[in-house]
Design a protein around this ligand. Structure first.
Ligand SMILES: Cc1ncc(COP(=O)(O)O)c(C=O)c1O
Length: 345
């Protein structure tokens, strides 16, 4: 289902709303959401909270705003949040944690997004002495973007959760793609979200809505989150028009993610024998394929691929990311495989 003649594998953020979403958006009943008067947003928030097993949810314009609100509420000036050193909040959200939450990130190394439990324990500072910043929260990312769509296992999450209860720390999930994680595990998403006090997930990525993310948590947390959203400029008035697509995102698009996961594996198999590239097949877990280039740099490779009407994203000088999503079908996969083979020959 290429677009403008291109098969676009750069990201699942390029997905366009489905025809059903466009119809729902056209017909959406709307009101002023700053007065909590938009029936479509109210419905979306109710459905979202129920889906992830939390008391309440808030519709926000972006994943970054959802994470930012969570950081404001779970940390505080001069306090620390433990996070993984390659996570999106630390590396790709323009410094929100220090600029807005005024907190300190305690960035720790991990294996595919899972920070060793003893390392987390060692780095929890309870301000026993007055020169130490106090740890307030732990945030994890599932699936993990920079680790190539890695899935953090519920058995690991439970261990971090237990530790957080011991020290009274808030647990926040950057779950931009948490439904991809649940799909890969073959489990209900609540088997992941139960280990977090709050979470953000994106409607606008693999779930195809044009705009928007959800922040979910306790009633009290979401009541406070509405205030932070307002002062960040995220009160959106008649945004039911986009929330209508979000409802379909949650109810329908979460059910088809296995197709994206199947297609990424199919593409990996089709190009497995090409000597100029290396693929870590064991770690293709969701909708991301990381291709290591052995003979070319990323920009040359991507330029040649683009000439063949296939788009992908550079991750570093010799690593390229390919992402499957609702606007990629089997023909696009075939086209990408042929293009990669030809560029590498
Ligand atoms: C893991 C992760 N978290 C958060 C975000 C931020 O989402 P948004 O682009 O909607 O701000 C992204 C975006 O790519 C992401 O990959």
């Amino acid at each position: 289902m290429s677009y403008n003649g291109f098969s676009d594998f750069r990201s699942d953020t390029v997905t366009r709303p489905t025809p059903e979403m466009r119809k729902a958006m056209y017909e959406a009943e709307v009101g002023d959401d700053v007065f909590a008067d938009d029936p479509t947003i109210n419905k979306l928030e109710e459905i979202a909270a129920e889906k992830v097993g939390k008391e309440a949810a808030l519709f926000v314009p972006s994943g970054t705003m959802g994470n930012t609100i969570a950081m404001v509420l779970c940390s505080g000036e001069g306090k620390e949040v433990i996070m993984e050193d390659k996570c999106h909040i630390l590396n790709f959200e323009a410094g929100n944690i220090s600029r807005i939450a005024k907190a300190l990130p305690r960035a720790l190394p991990s294996e595919r997004g899972e920070i060793p439990i003893p390392l987390i324990r060692e780095n929890i500072h309870m301000a026993l002495r007055d020169h130490m910043p106090q740890t307030r929260a732990i945030t994890l990312e599932n699936t993990h973007n920079t680790w190539g769509g890695a899935v953090l296992k519920p058995s690991y999450l439970k261990q971090v959760w237990d530790l957080s209860r011991e020290y009274n720390l808030h647990m926040h999930l950057d779950g931009a793609r948490v439904f991809n994680a649940a799909t890969a595990l073959g489990k209900d998403v609540k088997e992941i979200t139960r280990y977090f006090d709050s979470l953000m997930f994106c409607l606008s990525k693999a779930l195809c809505a044009p705009i928007g993310s959800i922040l979910a948590g306790s009633k009290e947390f979401i009541k406070e989150a509405r205030i932070v959203r307002k002062y960040l400029g995220g009160g959106m008035r008649q945004a039911g028009i986009v929330a209508a697509a979000g409802i379909i995102a949650i109810q329908k698009m979460t059910l088809r993610l296995h197709e994206d996961h199947r297609r990424v594996k199919a593409l990996a198999e089709k190009i497995a024998d090409i000597e100029a590239i290396a693929i870590d097949h064991e770690h293709i877990e969701t909708n991301f394929l990381m291709v290591q280039l052995k003979t070319m740099d990323s920009s040359t490779f991507l330029q040649k691929l683009e000439e063949k009407k296939v788009l992908a994203l550079p991750f570093n000088k010799s690593l390229v990311r390919i992402v499957t999503h609702n606007d990629i079908d089997d023909e696009d996969v075939e086209r990408a495989a042929l293009a990669i083979r030809s560029v590498c020959s």
